[in-house]
Ligand binder design. Sequence first.
Ligand SMILES: Cc1ncc(COP(=O)(O)O)c(C=O)c1O
Length: 376
Amino acid sequence: MSTKNSVRVAPAHVAAIAPYQAGKPIEELAREHGLDPAGIVKLASNENPLGMPESARRAIMDTLSGLGRYPDPAGFDLKAALSARYGVPQSWLTLGNGSNDILEMVAHALLEPGSAVVYSQYAFVVYKLATQSRGARHILVPAMGLGHDLPAMLDAIDDDTRLVFIANPNNPTGTYLSNQALESFMAGVAARHGTRVTVVLDEAYNEYLEPALRVDSVDLVRRYPNLLVSRTFSKAYGLAGLRVGFAMAQPELTDLINRVRQPFNVNSLAQAAAIAVLHDTQFLAQSFAVNRDGKAQLELAFASLGLEYEPSFANFVLVKVNEAARINHELLRRGVIVRPVTGDGLPEWLRVSIGLPRENQRFIDALTDILKLSKK
Ligand SMILES: Cc1ncc(COP(=O)(O)O)c(C=O)c1O
């Protein structure tokens, strides 16, 4: 093919995007290292180690025969279930193909070249991708420790800023912001900028927080017309592969987001399964308990290995191993997949998703072995 024909014309801001690095799939590692996939432990994508609940499987089976038709573009039944659960009208809800879709839709609806987006250093990487894809400018606010510095983020909002992304808890750091901190941030934005700046509060890991720590984000949405809260069914609800999330915001903002939403963005199986898991309080309680216990198991092991870690409020723990690239390589050789976070600006750390007790133990044993050999 001639060079002339292979030239692609794309905006510079799109060509400059570094693609998202997903957790390594089990099959890929098995191929690369000649390992048995059944013996590989994957603690790399913050998935629910319990897998999909039985309630969702049943709902999916009941929905299969209808797959010749398009899904309900309005997601009426799922929105009705969410409306009953959270006490907000259906006109305040947007469904997404995962909450990633919600984040992209907000960026699509609000940003253009020349506009700016405020988010924290070490914040979830999709904020950067969504900003870049619209040709907008980011204002990266230095983290406080590894968490968001909300007062500095408030001060960083400039005349071009249309959007602020906040993750609570944040990925990959697992850090948390209190109700009070978010309250005063929202009040500060309102006092200085009115409703000109939209705030996205990304609560993908909300269900893993101790109930007493959960921010009353529905109340915040009722009080602030410039706030959008996003949630997902990918984590504590165990439906990562189906791709379904949702947003709560007042109708004017919701209406705007819906203008850029693909009409059939959430498939029928995902809608049916999400309704089922929303009612499956037993599964959610089990997800919470497995995560709480697994977190204690990992944190205890890190402490006894003398490793620094960031206390986590989510379903993963960030641990400082210094030579992260080498240790990650050694873990992979032993059939354990975790997540290097060099791309997030944390080259000495690894992010470990919390698994089942035996999976956590496999990882702990492998890490202990590697550290012992390194000392020799
Ligand atoms: C902070 C945060 N927000 C949003 C998402 C998107 O998840 P999903 O698109 O599966 O809902 C993730 C996924 O890892 C995340 O960590």
